[in-house]
Design a protein around this ligand. Structure first.
Ligand code: AMP
Length: 220
Protein backbone atom coordinates (compact mmCIF):
# COMPACT_ATOMS: atom_id res chain seq x y z
CA UNK A 1 0.00 0.00 0.00
CA UNK A 2 1.57 3.26 -1.14
CA UNK A 3 -0.49 6.31 -0.42
CA UNK A 4 -0.17 10.09 -0.53
CA UNK A 5 -2.27 12.30 1.75
CA UNK A 6 -2.73 15.84 0.46
CA UNK A 7 -4.59 18.67 2.16
CA UNK A 8 -4.24 22.17 3.59
CA UNK A 9 -2.63 22.70 7.00
CA UNK A 10 -4.83 21.52 9.85
CA UNK A 11 -7.08 19.34 7.71
CA UNK A 12 -6.22 16.29 9.83
CA UNK A 13 -3.56 14.76 7.56
CA UNK A 14 -1.15 13.92 10.36
CA UNK A 15 -3.83 12.34 12.55
CA UNK A 16 -5.23 10.29 9.67
CA UNK A 17 -1.76 9.32 8.41
CA UNK A 18 -0.96 7.88 11.83
CA UNK A 19 -4.23 5.93 11.86
CA UNK A 20 -3.66 4.59 8.35
CA UNK A 21 -0.06 3.66 9.11
CA UNK A 22 -1.21 1.68 12.14
CA UNK A 23 -4.10 0.08 10.22
CA UNK A 24 -1.96 -1.10 7.33
CA UNK A 25 1.21 -1.75 9.37
CA UNK A 26 3.35 0.53 7.23
CA UNK A 27 5.38 3.64 8.13
CA UNK A 28 4.07 7.19 8.04
CA UNK A 29 6.58 9.35 6.18
CA UNK A 30 5.84 12.87 7.37
CA UNK A 31 8.30 15.42 6.03
CA UNK A 32 7.21 18.04 8.60
CA UNK A 33 7.99 15.60 11.45
CA UNK A 34 11.32 14.67 9.84
CA UNK A 35 12.25 18.35 9.53
CA UNK A 36 11.21 19.06 13.14
CA UNK A 37 13.47 16.16 14.24
CA UNK A 38 16.36 17.78 12.35
CA UNK A 39 15.65 21.13 14.02
CA UNK A 40 15.51 19.48 17.46
CA UNK A 41 18.74 17.56 16.83
CA UNK A 42 20.40 20.74 15.49
CA UNK A 43 21.65 19.06 12.31
CA UNK A 44 22.90 21.13 9.36
CA UNK A 45 19.59 20.48 7.56
CA UNK A 46 17.71 21.49 10.71
CA UNK A 47 19.61 24.79 10.85
CA UNK A 48 18.69 25.52 7.21
CA UNK A 49 15.05 24.52 7.66
CA UNK A 50 14.27 26.24 10.95
CA UNK A 51 13.91 29.83 9.75
CA UNK A 52 11.96 28.76 6.65
CA UNK A 53 9.52 26.71 8.72
CA UNK A 54 9.02 29.47 11.28
CA UNK A 55 7.86 31.74 8.44
CA UNK A 56 5.45 29.11 7.10
CA UNK A 57 7.37 28.87 3.81
CA UNK A 58 8.53 25.72 2.05
CA UNK A 59 11.96 24.11 2.41
CA UNK A 60 13.64 23.83 -1.06
CA UNK A 61 12.50 20.90 -3.20
CA UNK A 62 15.99 19.39 -3.67
CA UNK A 63 16.55 19.12 0.09
CA UNK A 64 13.13 17.52 0.62
CA UNK A 65 13.50 15.08 -2.28
CA UNK A 66 16.89 13.86 -1.03
CA UNK A 67 15.50 13.40 2.48
CA UNK A 68 12.44 11.49 1.23
CA UNK A 69 14.40 9.27 -1.14
CA UNK A 70 16.74 8.21 1.68
CA UNK A 71 13.72 7.41 3.86
CA UNK A 72 11.93 5.40 1.15
CA UNK A 73 15.08 3.36 0.57
CA UNK A 74 15.06 2.16 4.20
CA UNK A 75 13.96 -1.48 4.56
CA UNK A 76 11.05 -0.39 6.77
CA UNK A 77 9.44 1.34 3.77
CA UNK A 78 9.86 -1.61 1.39
CA UNK A 79 6.33 -2.92 2.01
CA UNK A 80 4.59 0.43 1.60
CA UNK A 81 4.24 3.87 3.18
CA UNK A 82 1.90 6.78 3.81
CA UNK A 83 3.31 10.08 2.58
CA UNK A 84 2.09 12.93 4.77
CA UNK A 85 2.96 16.52 3.85
CA UNK A 86 4.88 15.44 0.76
CA UNK A 87 4.79 16.12 -2.15
CA UNK A 88 4.00 19.76 -1.50
CA UNK A 89 4.81 21.27 -4.92
CA UNK A 90 4.45 20.03 -8.49
CA UNK A 91 8.28 19.70 -8.82
CA UNK A 92 8.21 17.48 -5.70
CA UNK A 93 5.44 15.41 -7.33
CA UNK A 94 7.55 15.02 -10.46
CA UNK A 95 10.59 14.19 -8.30
CA UNK A 96 8.57 11.57 -6.43
CA UNK A 97 7.52 9.95 -9.72
CA UNK A 98 11.22 9.63 -10.62
CA UNK A 99 12.12 8.22 -7.17
CA UNK A 100 9.33 5.63 -7.39
CA UNK A 101 10.52 4.59 -10.85
CA UNK A 102 14.03 4.14 -9.48
CA UNK A 103 12.63 2.01 -6.64
CA UNK A 104 10.47 0.14 -9.16
CA UNK A 105 7.24 0.66 -7.19
CA UNK A 106 3.95 2.42 -7.93
CA UNK A 107 1.43 4.43 -5.93
CA UNK A 108 -1.98 2.98 -5.07
CA UNK A 109 -3.88 6.18 -4.33
CA UNK A 110 -3.63 9.88 -3.67
CA UNK A 111 -6.13 10.99 -1.05
CA UNK A 112 -6.94 14.70 -0.97
CA UNK A 113 -8.71 15.80 2.22
CA UNK A 114 -10.60 19.09 2.16
CA UNK A 115 -12.27 21.19 4.85
CA UNK A 116 -13.66 24.74 4.90
CA UNK A 117 -11.04 27.28 5.90
CA UNK A 118 -12.85 28.61 9.02
CA UNK A 119 -13.11 25.07 10.42
CA UNK A 120 -9.39 24.64 9.92
CA UNK A 121 -8.46 27.89 11.63
CA UNK A 122 -10.40 26.86 14.74
CA UNK A 123 -8.79 23.42 14.67
CA UNK A 124 -5.25 24.70 14.32
CA UNK A 125 -5.62 27.09 17.24
CA UNK A 126 -6.60 24.12 19.44
CA UNK A 127 -3.97 21.68 18.12
CA UNK A 128 -1.42 20.33 20.59
CA UNK A 129 1.44 17.91 19.94
CA UNK A 130 3.18 15.64 22.45
CA UNK A 131 6.75 16.95 22.78
CA UNK A 132 7.99 13.40 23.44
CA UNK A 133 6.31 11.19 20.80
CA UNK A 134 4.60 13.61 18.38
CA UNK A 135 1.04 12.33 19.00
CA UNK A 136 -1.48 14.96 17.89
CA UNK A 137 -4.47 16.16 19.94
CA UNK A 138 -7.11 18.80 19.59
CA UNK A 139 -8.29 20.41 22.80
CA UNK A 140 -11.82 20.74 21.38
CA UNK A 141 -12.53 17.76 19.12
CA UNK A 142 -9.93 15.20 20.15
CA UNK A 143 -8.56 15.91 23.64
CA UNK A 144 -6.44 13.36 25.51
CA UNK A 145 -8.46 11.32 28.07
CA UNK A 146 -6.56 12.99 30.91
CA UNK A 147 -6.03 16.69 30.24
CA UNK A 148 -2.35 17.44 29.63
CA UNK A 149 -1.22 13.79 29.47
CA UNK A 150 -0.33 12.02 26.20
CA UNK A 151 -2.33 8.79 25.78
CA UNK A 152 0.33 7.25 23.57
CA UNK A 153 3.43 7.69 25.76
CA UNK A 154 2.36 9.29 29.07
CA UNK A 155 4.32 12.47 28.24
CA UNK A 156 3.09 15.57 30.04
CA UNK A 157 4.31 18.24 27.67
CA UNK A 158 1.56 18.88 25.12
CA UNK A 159 2.81 21.85 23.16
CA UNK A 160 1.57 24.20 20.45
CA UNK A 161 3.70 24.19 17.31
CA UNK A 162 5.51 27.48 16.64
CA UNK A 163 3.99 27.64 13.17
CA UNK A 164 0.41 27.28 14.48
CA UNK A 165 0.38 30.97 15.43
CA UNK A 166 -2.28 32.97 13.49
CA UNK A 167 0.09 35.00 11.28
CA UNK A 168 2.04 31.89 10.23
CA UNK A 169 -1.15 29.92 9.63
CA UNK A 170 -2.28 32.55 7.11
CA UNK A 171 1.05 32.24 5.27
CA UNK A 172 0.82 28.43 5.26
CA UNK A 173 -2.64 28.64 3.68
CA UNK A 174 -1.36 30.94 0.94
CA UNK A 175 1.51 28.55 0.29
CA UNK A 176 -0.93 25.63 0.08
CA UNK A 177 -3.18 27.42 -2.39
CA UNK A 178 -0.35 28.64 -4.61
CA UNK A 179 2.14 25.77 -4.49
CA UNK A 180 0.47 22.60 -3.23
CA UNK A 181 -3.08 22.62 -4.64
CA UNK A 182 -1.78 22.46 -8.29
CA UNK A 183 -0.74 18.90 -7.40
CA UNK A 184 -4.40 17.90 -7.64
CA UNK A 185 -4.35 18.73 -11.35
CA UNK A 186 -1.05 16.84 -11.64
CA UNK A 187 -2.53 13.66 -10.12
CA UNK A 188 -6.10 13.82 -11.47
CA UNK A 189 -5.21 12.33 -14.89
CA UNK A 190 -3.67 9.28 -13.18
CA UNK A 191 -7.16 8.19 -12.06
CA UNK A 192 -5.72 7.54 -8.57
CA UNK A 193 -6.91 10.76 -6.95
CA UNK A 194 -9.62 10.31 -4.29
CA UNK A 195 -11.20 13.41 -2.76
CA UNK A 196 -12.51 13.01 0.80
CA UNK A 197 -14.39 15.49 2.99
CA UNK A 198 -12.43 16.08 6.20
CA UNK A 199 -15.40 17.08 8.35
CA UNK A 200 -16.76 14.99 11.23
CA UNK A 201 -14.99 13.05 13.93
CA UNK A 202 -11.53 11.52 13.52
CA UNK A 203 -13.19 8.08 13.22
CA UNK A 204 -15.67 9.22 10.60
CA UNK A 205 -12.97 10.78 8.44
CA UNK A 206 -10.84 7.65 8.81
CA UNK A 207 -13.71 5.49 7.54
CA UNK A 208 -14.36 7.91 4.68
CA UNK A 209 -10.74 7.51 3.64
CA UNK A 210 -10.87 3.70 3.82
CA UNK A 211 -14.08 3.74 1.78
CA UNK A 212 -12.44 5.95 -0.86
CA UNK A 213 -9.44 3.65 -1.37
CA UNK A 214 -9.35 1.20 -4.27
CA UNK A 215 -11.52 -1.75 -3.25
CA UNK A 216 -8.76 -4.28 -2.59
CA UNK A 217 -7.09 -1.86 -0.15
CA UNK A 218 -10.03 -0.27 1.65
CA UNK A 219 -10.85 -3.58 3.37
CA UNK A 220 -7.37 -3.37 4.96
P1 AMP B 1 3.81 20.10 8.31
O1 AMP B 1 4.14 19.45 9.61
O2 AMP B 1 3.61 19.11 7.20
O3 AMP B 1 2.68 21.09 8.42
O4 AMP B 1 5.12 20.94 7.86
C1 AMP B 1 5.61 21.99 8.67
C2 AMP B 1 6.57 22.84 7.85
O5 AMP B 1 7.68 22.05 7.40
C3 AMP B 1 5.99 23.44 6.57
O6 AMP B 1 5.27 24.63 6.79
C4 AMP B 1 7.25 23.65 5.74
O7 AMP B 1 7.98 24.78 6.17
C5 AMP B 1 8.07 22.41 6.09
N1 AMP B 1 7.76 21.27 5.19
C6 AMP B 1 7.18 20.09 5.52
N2 AMP B 1 7.06 19.28 4.46
C7 AMP B 1 7.56 19.96 3.41
C8 AMP B 1 7.72 19.67 2.03
N3 AMP B 1 7.29 18.51 1.49
N4 AMP B 1 8.30 20.61 1.24
C9 AMP B 1 8.73 21.79 1.75
N5 AMP B 1 8.62 22.13 3.03
C10 AMP B 1 8.04 21.23 3.87
Amino acid sequence: MRLILIGPPGVGKGTQARRLAEHFGIPQVATGDMLRDHVRDETELGRQAQAIMAKGKLVPDDIILAMVEARLREPEAAGGFILDGFPRTVPQGVGLTVILERLDVTLDAIVAISVKQDVILTRLAARRTCARCGAIYNLVINPPKTMGVCEACGGTELIQRDDDRPETIKKRFDVYREQTSPLLAYYRPTGMLREVAGEGTVDEIFHNILAALPEKLGQG
